[in-house]
Design a protein around this ligand. Structure first.
Ligand code: FES
Length: 488
């Protein structure tokens, strides 16, 4: 059967696994089908029904209304994304949503940048016909947290925040309590944000289509003059960030959905730890100590001073009397310039980078074992493995965005997860096995594992024959060790 289906009776090819929404959007663009509960980095949920379309099995045949965001497209199906009755249905849904939502948009922080406002405009809602009845507009705001805020009078029960907390961060802080009209979002055991286990990653705030859940930086407020895409330098995950600025000041940071490394997510540091950049203690100009006092000077004076000092030290004591150390927090280009300066200008090889201290053993080990000092697999591979072994790492602390993805996989029963760490790390709590070894015994443990794999005939011989060299020497070395001694 051909992989084709029809949009308004026109035949188009679809891709395997596509939903009706993705199929129509790929062909017709984003605007034809509005959505509310759907989000690019969340699994389809199908709660708001704003994305409804009509589907028929034959041209002119009986039509059925389905939510396009979670219905797979099938071969030969006829999709009608904007029939008269669908347009009417969307209006009715929106009107019902708005009948329990504050309508004073002008005073709302996200006015002009609110998905609910956009969708209402898109489906053509001008006003709500229903008289004011029972509603949830008097819900109290939660301002208990240093970063996160909530104003659930603006909640439309789309579950996006709950799903972001579960599916993106794996923290499971938010959930829906109550039934029907009493349904409402709670944090933890119906606590405040502050008292809950919230880790302030901000995924819920970014996911919320209104300002029901937001943050103290009003990240969704349409105040920005400019948005700049950049890469976070806090850790090695390489999260892409979108920095909103006005008058040269950073207002907020969001995570773009199309970024491969972080898929619309970032951690507390990447999203909220930016105020240091204009802290009053930050140096605004170079300083030179004069008569025992640090005095601000111009860059020209600072360069002259440095050049003179470097030259006099080199002339008097030789180039090796000078050493340079650069930082992993600077771009590669600046690290390159630093080593060039020390080698070519000063004339010494005394140059180092803080990254070497932590990465030199890994890079060398990986280079020898795999032929490259960098990772040999992608973060996305986490989704395709059935065993994850974490040793000497605490990713949920040190690399939180990748750590969150590992945590998600740890929670799936199809994955065997092993954490080797003397500490009970967060991942250790979810691991199938936590090997809580004594500090400093990693190598002994790995040797014992290798011993058992070889001794018990568990080696993947085909892999060894086709992908490795020097295995016999390695095997003899491993089997030459005493298990008793390794255990000691
Ligand atoms: Fe499809 Fe909400 S967007 S049901």
């Amino acid at each position: 059967m051909k992989n084709t289906a029809y949009i308004n009776n026109e035949e188009h090819e679809f891709k395997a696994g596509e939903t009706i929404l993705n199929f129509v959007r790929r062909i017709e663009g984003e605007k034809l089908i509005p959505t509310l509960c759907d989000a690019p980095n969340l699994d389809p949920f199908g709660s708001c029904r704003v994305c409804s379309v009509e589907v028929a099995l034959t041209e002119g045949g009986p039509r059925k209304t389905v939510a396009s965001c979670h219905t797979p497209i099938g071969a030969g199906q006829y999709v009608y994304p904007s029939s008269e009755s669908i347009l009417e249905l969307r209006k009715n849904i929106l009107e019902l949503v708005l009948s329990d939502h504050p309508l004073d948009c002008l005073t709302c922080e996200v006015n002009g940048n609110c998905e609910l406002q956009d969708v209402a405009a898109q489906v053509g809602i001008r006003q709500v016909r229903y008289p004011e009845g029972e509603n949830h507009l008097d819900r109290e705001k939660d301002l208990s947290h240093p970063y996160m805020t909530s104003d659930l009078s603006k909640c439309i029960n789309c579950y996006r925040c709950v799903r972001a907390c579960d599916e993106v961060q794996g923290q499971f802080v938010l959930s829906m309590a109550g039934r029907g009209f009493d349904s409402h979002i709670i944090k933890g055991h119906d606590q405040s944000f502050m008292d809950s286990d919230c880790v302030s990653c901000g995924a819920c705030s970014q996911a919320c289509p209104t300002s029901a859940i937001s943050d103290v930086f009003q990240s969704k407020a349409i105040l920005a003059e400019e948005k700049t895409r950049t890469v976070c330098t806090y850790c090695g995950v390489g999260c892409n960030l979108e920095v909103s600025t006005r008058n040269g000041e950073i207002l907020s940071i969001q995570a773009p959905y199309d970024a491969e490394a972080n898929l619309g997510h970032t951690c507390l540091k990447g999203r909220y730890a930016f105020k240091f950049y204009n802290h009053e203690d930050r140096l605004r100009s170079p300083m030179i100590r004069k008569n025992g006092e640090l005095v601000p000077v111009s860059w020209d004076e600072a360069y002259d001073f440095m050049a003179e000092k470097f030259a006099s030290i080199r002339d008097e004591h030789g180039a090796d009397a000078i050493a340079g150390i650069s930082s992993a927090r600077t771009p590669n280009e600046e690290n390159y310039l630093m080593q060039k300066f020390i080698r070519a200008v000063i004339g010494t090889n005394n140059i180092d980078c803080c990254a070497r201290v932590c990465h030199s053993p890994t890079a060398l080990g990986m280079q020898r074992a795999f032929g490259t000092g960098a990772a040999t697999n992608s973060i996305a591979d986490l989704d395709h493995t059935d065993c994850i072994f974490v040793i000497g790492a605490n990713p949920t602390d040190a690399h939180p965005v990748t750590g969150a993805r590992i945590k998600q996989r740890f929670m799936q029963s199809s994955v065997t997860s092993i954490v080797v760490d003397p500490r009970r790390t967060e991942l250790a709590n979810y691991a199938t096995y936590h090997l809580q070894l004594r500090p400093g015994t990693n190598v002994a443990l790995l040797n014992m594992m290798l011993y058992c794999i070889i001794d018990e005939g568990l080696v993947d011989q085909k892999f060894v024959d086709t992908r490795t060299e020097g295995f016999e020497d390695f095997k003899n070395h491993i089997l030459g060790q005493s298990l008793d001694e390794l255990q000691g």
